[in-house]
Design a protein around this ligand. Structure first.
Ligand SMILES: [Zn+2]
Length: 293
């Protein structure tokens, strides 16, 4: 324990409720079905984790970061969600998806400890619309609610392959000045072309967050070199990315709430095993830093 602010237990809290996952959603992205699969995979890693349920977000809370008509339209089935459909199942899961990340962020901030939320599909959702498999921006919702709970500055470290345009849009539309946003991809949506160069400079980027009270880490699996929408980082480099983030924040005494973001690889049976392995590694690196450093 570097600074006495952290809890002495290395138990990592995961905020999961089966209602945040849907059984079917017609989309290239597995995001809506992913929480249950990731939670199961994490449960089987053999490291000390504790699963907690949580209170789902209300429409009123979601409207803190989105236009009311958009929120109401998605829930009524009159406006397309971020997958481009009007699925009732997806709509019913959204308060739980948002609630998972909000609970993870609040617990991390209040207890100065790292937490996980097996959710994805936030950062392309802007103030008035979704897109890119993202319906409501639970990163920004968590940022606003953790700020209301007392965090002066909130860092969003977005390591998905694609630029967090929805996050930028909401920051601008609402005029939020307490969120510091880093995106792995550039604002023109191009990513770094050299994985090692990214790893070499990542610690410098992370140190810029030293005045934040919490980090929301969007740990994308789609920067993987084999991802159909990615293609930059090897498995080892993705692990290094996670390791560097958790180590840097531990040294700075800043708690981290981690969400999943994108990942589109499939195994030979059409399952998402390669994606699950990347998300497993993120939790394993967090555990390794907490116990060994
Ligand atoms: Zn992505």
């Amino acid at each position: 324990m570097s600074d006495g602010r952290r809890k002495t237990s290395n138990m990592i809290k995961i905020f999961f409720d089966s209602r945040q996952s849907v059984s079917e959603n017609d989309s290239f992205s597995p995001s809506a079905q992913k929480p249950a699969q990731v939670a199961e995979s994490w449960r089987n890693l053999g490291i000390p984790v504790e699963f907690s349920s949580f209170i789902p977000c209300t429409k009123k809370q979601i409207k803190l970061v989105h236009k009311a008509a958009y929120v109401d339209g998605v829930f009524k089935g009159t406006h397309v969600n971020g997958f481009g459909n009007k699925s009732n199942q997806v709509a019913a899961a959204l308060p739980w998806v948002c609630g998972s990340m909000v609970a993870a962020a609040l617990y991390a901030f209040e207890n100065k400890t790292n937490t996980f939320s097996p959710t994805s599909g936030a950062h392309h959702a802007g103030y008035e619309r979704g897109g890119g498999f993202c319906t409501f921006n639970f990163l920004m919702l968590a940022a606003v609610l953790v700020h209301q709970a007392g965090a002066q500055r909130v860092g969003i470290v977005d390591c998905d392959m694609h630029f967090g345009d929805g996050t930028e849009n909401i920051i601008r539309k609402i005029g939020i000045d307490y969120v510091q946003h880093y995106s792995f991809a550039r604002s023109d949506f191009s990513g770094p072309d050299d994985g090692q160069n990214f790893i070499d400079h990542f610690p410098d980027e992370l140190r810029k967050f030293s005045n934040c009270d919490i980090i929301l880490y969007n740990a994308g699996a789609d920067p993987h070199i084999n991802d159909p929408l990615g293609g930059v980082l090897t498995t080892d480099q993705l692990r290094s990315r996670d390791f560097l983030l958790f180590l840097c924040m531990k040294k700075l005494g800043i708690p981290v709430a981690t969400s999943l973001a994108g990942g589109y690889q499939r195994d030979e049976n059409g399952g998402i095993k390669p994606v699950l392995e990347i998300h497993d590694n993120t939790l394993l690196e967090c555990h390794r830093v907490l116990t060994e450093y």
